[in-house]
Design a protein around this ligand. Structure first.
Ligand code: ZN
Length: 83
């Protein structure tokens, strides 16, 4: 059987980042020693690993995942408003 989409998803809250990252939601910097949520998994056979501000992941959870699919823009930090 051929499975087109294979999603393995894991998200983890990090109390204090050991290095800075770029938030994949708002495209702003997540500063070193600040909290972040790290999400990693496999989507369509490709490994991904993204970092988010805690308020951005919270905003992301309020919208339908189907709606998010194919979106390439960024959102305002901590909101579901497009930039
Ligand atoms: Zn963010």
């Amino acid at each position: 059987m051929y499975i087109m989409t294979d999603i393995v998803f894991d998200s983890k809250y990090i109390k204090s980042c050991r290095k800075s990252h770029t938030c994949d939601w708002c495209n702003e910097t997540i500063l070193i020693f600040t909290p972040a949520t790290k999400c990693q998994g496999v989507f369509d056979g490709k490994f991904y690993c993204n970092y988010f501000h805690p308020e951005c992941i919270a905003a992301g959870r309020t919208i339908d995942q189907d709606e998010l699919e194919g979106m390439t823009c960024y959102f305002k930090r901590g909101t579901t408003e497009e930039k």
